[in-house]
Write a protein that binds this ligand. Sequence first.
Ligand code: RP5
Length: 165
Amino acid sequence: MDRKRADVAIIMGSQSDWATMRHAAETLEALDIGHESLIVSAHRTPDRLYAFAKGAKDAGFRVVIAGAGGAAHLPGMTAALTPLPVFGVPVESRALSGQDSLLSIVQMPAGIPVGTLAIGRAGAVNAALLAAAVLALHDEALAGRLDAWRAEQTAKVAHKPAEEA
Ligand code: RP5
């Protein structure tokens, strides 16, 4: 979606990460937050990573969501190159079910933070919600939409379990 100013950049290491990262995009969409999704690989396109991260703030982005799997250097390298807040989403890998992704992203040395989320879809959705919360600090209309999103989620929780089909 590019119909409005993109406040959030969603970057991912590979096309294969989109199945996970699209959940971040859909959540931002639901909150009417401008975003742009890009494939930026720390390993296969390091020059693209450098150019993106160095230019992200001047490009107008305010938050970066970075998803990657395996030896997932993308969130940490991005955080090293931009002053913007970076939220990392560990993509579930085939070999180690995302444990490798999680540990690669979460174990940043002191000084360069990456806000690390859960493995997979939950992490992607929550990264978008955290990005929304950051942006909502200075955007009352968005704060209202975020409150409404959460209230709707709450309202969907039944008091009693339905019979399973
Ligand atoms: C990582 O390696 C990507 O983030 C992806 O999760 C994983 C596999 O990449 P592909 O082989 O599908 O391109 O860099």
